[in-house]
Design a binder for this molecule. Structure first.
Ligand SMILES: [Zn+2]
Ligand SMILES: [Zn+2]
Length: 363
């Protein structure tokens, strides 16, 4: 059996600090990340890399790795884009294609942020959806955004019980966004991350004013689990590169911690030679596969596990583990639900060569 040298790291992506509109400074966030048992955090203040200049980028005390990226928006504060691996911000623009290209030119990677956000009932917090679906060249999509999900669940402000345990209300990635992502993956590999969008915001409603989502709560919701090379993650000079390439290549999955700690969950393909493929961008021999291949899922808790092919669920079972035989090319991925809520979304497993049959082509 082929040996893998990958190790799982678990972290929170898309955090704001007092360098932009967040309520917490780096010190408090790093301490909270340590308390939450995370391996890494990715900070993305609006239009600034101040955290880098202040020296927070890199391995910190408590074993937390901090990656300082930033969140770009267009001149009208639309089309938010999470950029990582850059030492300067892209120039202001009205055209997201320009900052997508510029981030790439600067050696970085980027993700469409909260692209399906649609709340329209809180004047202070308008939605910031992605509007330019003709744009190309981005590395991935923030498929599941915690603050967008929360806000959808808190619609109307009458469900006060949800405010006290906000993570319990996280529902799942927006269906229409999953559909778009699946369709894109028929054409080229498009990675996904889960984002927290942590601001530790103070909310005001009538006479009330409180931080509904303090940082220690925010870090116990949507997490992104990545498989990185064990030797690289142990080497301080290589950790940043290991984290960035795992995000770019979609080498992992997203989970909602309040549905269960997903650390230790695995999903991988194995062919008859024993070659293993973790979620994400294809490695040999899966571009020219020899069937049968098995899709193996091992979870830490029982869940409804679903195998999705080219955007359509094709197998499902309630179990702690599953193993399915695959005999067709296609883009596969795994979802796990606990109760009526989503727990896990894996990144895609492309089996065969691009382009695949896309959603629109299927009957
Ligand atoms: Zn944003
Ligand atoms: Zn944000």
């Amino acid at each position: 059996m082929a040996k893998t040298t990958l190790t799982e790291i678990c972290g929170c992506i898309h955090l704001h600090t007092t360098f932009s509109d967040g309520g917490c400074g780096y010190g408090a966030i790093i301490a909270a990340a340590g308390g939450a048992g995370l391996d890494y955090i990715c900070v993305t203040d609006h239009m600034t890399l101040e955290g880098k200049r202040a020296g927070f980028d890199g391995p910190r005390d408590g074993g937390i790795f901090v990656l300082v990226g930033y969140e770009h928006n267009d001149n009208d504060n639309r089309n938010h884009y999470l950029a990582f691996g850059v030492n300067k911000t892209a120039e202001d623009s009205t055209d997201p294609q320009k900052y997508i290209n510029r981030v790439k030119q600067l050696g970085g990677i980027g993700f469409l942020a909260h692209p399906a956000e649609k709340r329209n009932y809180i004047a202070d917090l308008p939605p910031y959806p992605w509007t330019r679906w003709d744009a190309t060249g981005f590395d991935g999509i923030e498929i599941w955004n915690q603050i967008s999900d929360w806000m959808e669940q808190l619609r109307g402000w009458h469900s006060f019980t949800k405010l006290f345990r906000p993570n319990r209300s996280i529902g799942g990635a927006p269906t229409e966004l999953l559909r778009k992502w699946d369709a894109m993956n028929g054409e080229r590999f498009v990675s996904a991350i889960g984002g927290v969008d942590a601001h530790s915001r103070k909310f005001k409603k009538g006479p009330f004013s409180y931080v509904i989502f303090p940082i220690n709560v925010e870090l116990r919701g949507i997490r992104t689990h990545l498989f990185v090379d064990k030797s690289e993650w142990g080497d301080k000079s290589k950790m940043s590169g290991a984290l960035i390439s795992a995000m770019r290549d979609g080498r992992g999955f997203m989970s909602n911690f309040s549905r269960g700690d997903a650390r230790g969950c695995k999903m991988f393909l194995r062919d008859e030679t024993g070659a293993i493929q973790y979620p994400g961008r294809q490695t040999p021999p899966y571009a020219a596969p020899s069937f049968p291949i098995t899709m193996n899922v091992e979870l830490t808790r029982k869940a409804k596990i679903t195998l999705v092919r080219n955007g359509k669920p094709i197998q499902s079972q309630k179990a702690k583990s599953a193993s399915w035989t695959i005999v067709d090319k296609g883009v596969y991925r795994i979802e796990a639900h606990r109760g009526r809520k989503a727990w896990i979304y894996s990144n895609p497993f492309p089996i065969g060569g691009y382009p695949f049959t896309t959603l629109n082509d299927e009957q």
